[in-house]
Ligand binder design. Sequence first.
Ligand SMILES: *[C@@H]1O[C@H](CO)[C@@H](O)[C@H](O)[C@H]1NC(C)=O
Length: 116
Amino acid sequence: MSKLKIWFLLPLLLVMIYSAKSDGWEEWCIADEQTSDSELQVGLDWACGIGGANCSKIQVGQACFWPNTVRAHASYAFNNYFQKFKHRGGSCYFNGAAIITGLDPSHNSCHYEFSP
Ligand SMILES: *[C@@H]1O[C@H](CO)[C@@H](O)[C@H](O)[C@H]1NC(C)=O
């Protein structure tokens, strides 16, 4: 490679490394669109039970209660579980009911946690 090319590419490379580090890849775990409500319900029950997710925000009157659907509640619970345990072996799987997204699923006052 010519010296000219290296001096041209080096700044680009540094920018790429820097932006990858500063933004990271923020990822949330939500219900897969293709998963049925009954499968989501199983995952939701597990996440909020044995799984150890904090499901207080999807209880009646709390910020993530609306929309009051199995799908929305499962998304919240899957993500809460994933963010809480991803560094300790927890995965975004739930028997295939969950999927990773790069789009923040937060809406109105319902905030989906993200842990770096
Ligand atoms: C669950 O979350 C709520 C609000 O987000 C918080 O007040 C509560 O302390 C949490 N509970 C546990 C067990 O972490």
